[in-house]
Design a protein around this ligand. Structure first.
Ligand code: SF4
Length: 466
């Protein structure tokens, strides 16, 4: 087992035993389920909307070269500086370079999982720049020096009390359990930062090829302030975020809000098409778009799994995943958690290091069922398992499969072993969970299911007997 797998197993075991945390996650998600279902019903047909969204994403991803060229041409025509970044390092270097060139003193940043993916904050901090997260949830986890817990709800694992204690310790505020007061405490800090910042960094929810614009959807208005007050705006955009037409947003914005947060639509939806134009009263003097590949084109080349690039990062698959709800977001040790994270992380960071994530699934298919763009998530987990075994067979697993196959091919041997197992089971019960138990890896935390007193063949023979 490699270090990543061992860390995951240890964290998962710890989190699974934490009943308080598991109850809290269930409580947080209960309201989401109700609202999500209510707003799904506002669509004339949610299932037809999902078919349409999947078709649009298929078109975009399967003609990515054309749509990206169109996007870049239109962005550049309005004075945007576009940087094609093949990997995380080049993206970080470019953004640090822009900050240095403009002698930036302070940076404000709105929520971006793509920036998390390339560890942008750490790179900027190492280069001597102060970066403050402007999304409330992100700001909270930043103060705790933690990564986001969830794609959409970064601080969902924390109670109001914990947030109040955090603000008290780090910002010197009075303790309060009132969510509005907690928001106002963060807002007071944030307003000052917006005015001081020379550079604003954002992600993008979508990039519209037809008009050469990026679309950001949010609830707090923080992304608008982040992108419009500082004199430089840098948007980091995964290349898969492209949509062909502006009218596609009419479907994707309400769909993302419904699946992601159980809302009919988010409060602020903004399109950014370039720096401030002559005669415009506000907006940044410079607008940079960093188009990030970071192994996405390798995934694109895989015809079997390229649909994983359809993901709109709504987080709905996490919210229904029994593994995510029990092990929690931090156990994964990845930028993208839950089913979609388990599917794409082996592609983004290496199959052999991250293949254990494909085993973190009961294959119940709840993720696939809920995905608004119809990504066949649990089948992709199976594909990852298969690819990992093909690339590097595990001797123990292989031996187990050969033994299993040879027993199943010999009915007499199978019956003999089944009889032995029935005789041995009472003994196993006596030593259950102890060091003498050969099944203790399983029985440490649960009972081994009892074997039937009689096999199917024996019962069949008895039935047929006169
Ligand atoms: S895989 Fe589907 S459900 Fe999961 S985050 Fe992406 S779009 Fe949402």
């Amino acid at each position: 087992m490699n270090t990543f797998a061992r860390t995951f197993h240890e964290a998962a075991r710890r989190q699974t035993a934490d009943m308080r945390q598991r109850d809290w996650i269930q409580t947080t998600l209960a309201g989401y389920y109700t609202r999500r279902d209510e707003f799904k019903n506002r669509f004339q047909s949610w299932s037809a909307a999902c078919d349409m969204a999947a078709a649009i994403k298929w078109e975009a991803v399967n003609h990515l070269d054309r749509y990206l060229d169109e996007l870049v041409e239109k962005l550049e025509a309005r004075g945007t500086k576009v940087f094609w970044s093949p990997d995380a390092q080049e993206a970080r270097d470019y953004i640090v370079g822009v900050a240095r060139q403009h002698q930036v003193r302070s940076i404000i940043k709105s929520k971006s999982m793509t920036a998390e993916e390339i560890h942008l904050n750490e790179a900027l901090a190492q280069a001597g720049f102060e970066v403050v997260e402007s999304d409330l949830g992100e700001y909270i986890v930043q103060l705790r020096h933690e990564p986001p817990y969830h794609l959409v709800f970064p601080a969902m694992h924390l109670t109001r009390q914990q947030i109040s204690d955090l603000f008290h310790d780090r910002l010197g505020s009075e303790p309060t359990n009132n969510p509005q007061e907690l928001t106002m405490i963060a807002r007071r800090v944030m307003r000052r930062k917006y005015c001081e910042a020379d550079m604003g960094i954002s992600g993008a929810n979508f990039a519209i090829a037809e008009t050469g614009m990026i679309s950001i959807t949010e609830n707090e208005g923080n992304a608008r302030l982040t992108t419009s007050l500082p004199k430089i705006h840098v948007a980091i955009v995964g290349i898969e975020k492209v949509l062909p037409k502006l009218s596609d947003l009419a479907l994707f914005l309400p769909m993302l809000a419904t699946s992601g947060a159980g809302q009919p639509i988010t409060c602020y939806n903004t399109l950014y098409g370039g720096p401030r134009q002559p005669g415009e009263p506000d907006g940044p003097e410079e607008f940079h778009v960093v188009l990030l590949d970071n192994r996405r084109t390798e995934l694109l080349a895989d015809a079997e799994q390229r649909e994983a690039l359809h993901c709109i990062r709504c987080g709905a698959c996490l919210n229904v995943c029994p593994i995510f709800k029990n092990v929690g977001g931090h156990s994964y040790g990845t930028t993208y958690q839950g089913p979609i994270g388990s599917v794409i992380t082996p592609h983004l960071r290496g199959l052999q290091d991250w293949k254990h994530l494909s085993q973190a699934s009961s294959l119940c298919g709840a993720c696939t069922e809920t995905c608004p763009v119809k990504i066949n998530l649990h089948h992709h987990l199976l594909h990852n398992r298969r690819n990992a075994v093909r690339a590097r067979p595990v001797f123990r697993e292989k031996l187990l499969q050969i033994t299993f196959a040879s027993v199943m091919r010999r009915p007499a041997l199978y019956q003999f072993i089944a009889r032995l197992a029935r005789i041995a089971q009472p003994l196993q019960r006596l030593v259950q969970g102890t060091l003498l138990d050969p099944l203790r890896a399983w029985t440490k935390t649960r009972l081994f299911p009892p074997l039937a007193a009689k096999s199917f063949r024996e019962q069949w023979r008895e039935r047929k007997a006169p």
